[in-house]
Design a protein around this ligand. Sequence first.
Ligand code: HEC
Ligand code: HEC
Length: 380
Amino acid sequence: MFYFPKERLLFLLVLLLVSILLFAACEKDKDKPVTPTTSQEQDLSNIAYQPTFTNIDRPSNFPVMDIPVDNPLTQEGIELGRRLFFDPILSANNEMACASCHFPSKAFTDDLAVSIGIENKAGTRSAMSLINTGYYTKGLFWDGRIASLEEQALLPVEDPLELNHDWSTVVADLKKQTPYPSLFRQAFGIDNTGEITKELTVKAIAQFERTIISSNSKYDRVVRGEEFFEDEEFNGWFMFFDVGGDLPDAECAHCHNAPLFTVNDYFNNGIDSVADLTGFKDLGLGAVTDRVFDNGKFRAPTLRNIALTAPYMHDGKFQTLEEVIDHYNEGVHFIDNVDPLLLKPDGLGLSEQNKKDLLSFLHTLTDTSFVNNPAFQSPF
Ligand code: HEC
Ligand code: HEC
């Protein structure tokens, strides 16, 4: 027997109803001059929709990335996402883009202690590098308050301290501006511009972000047996991972372990001097979980390309990596929830030479092929 699914019938009925209404509306307005409005929808079905599904180019020493089933990667989606990432169309007055605070040459950070948004309004935290963010499954942002890249990308557009715009205008602009309608068609198979939404926009951005992978630093090449460390770098590697020998243990790998150089968890690393756990200027994880013991804890960020992302910490408190190493070596402020690894009675006990060696190792995490990768540059 001829099978006709119920949903399809319903869909056809709705379509019919909409057509009648539209027809009636057109009839009524027949004598008015036709002025193109933002709500006018453009048919896109004549443009080919042949998405090229693609995989993350995953280095062998990297974990598998979890890609949401409802947002598979396609070359068309990634390309659209890249364009959106660099396009000031997302901001009020066309002033800023995502890339204004996350520039590729700075490993997707912005050189500033705290980010500056539209009209020079300062935020409260330092822009995070977007390296390998597709792997961060235990919450995004310094405090982990956001679960996915899709969810994250919704926020900067309407944040008054960032792009300070509104999604309805952004979507209306995207519907009008070539080549967006055809790019959305090619990426997501929409039939007309009316189907462009903020949800599809952030899906494309998230696809692009998942491709931002850095895995070709000197460290990686040494691990793959293609190169050797210099003596200083080798000593630094020993201390960072505490692989034995008579060099002091710098404890770093407990929180910044390979291959991502973050264990993706939240700690208080003792950068703030406070009288008690309620005294932090920025509560970090505590504001999200509402637990006092989480106050002052932040996500341990990746140390990949760390030489490119000064200043350091969530508030940009340290200007140089030397200052960071001095902090861990002898400057950790005690409060109940500081990680015990950082509370040795005499600090880490690194000599001047040890500190230099550790710094040399951190420099081996710089990946110039990543920074200069044409796939991550502005398409404009
Ligand atoms: C005004 C500067 C600014 C703009 C514009 C901006 N960001 Fe950010 N971004 C930040 C700051 C600051 C943080 C850290 C915020 C926090 O922890 O509260 C951040 C964090 C992130 C993170 C989290 C990374 C991680 O590892 O957790 C992602 C992803 C991100 N931004 C993507 C974007 C995208 C996509 C856009 C454009 C839609 C954008 N950003 C626009 C400053 C900015
Ligand atoms: C107990 C966990 C822990 C240990 C051990 C640890 N870190 Fe961190 N690290 C963190 C956390 C958490 C942050 C972010 C803190 C913040 O911004 O408030 C951080 C931030 C950093 C940053 C700044 C990153 C950025 O993007 O701004 C650097 C650099 C760094 N650590 C290097 C090291 C080095 C080198 C060692 C070893 C000497 C080390 N860390 C040991 C947890 C740790």
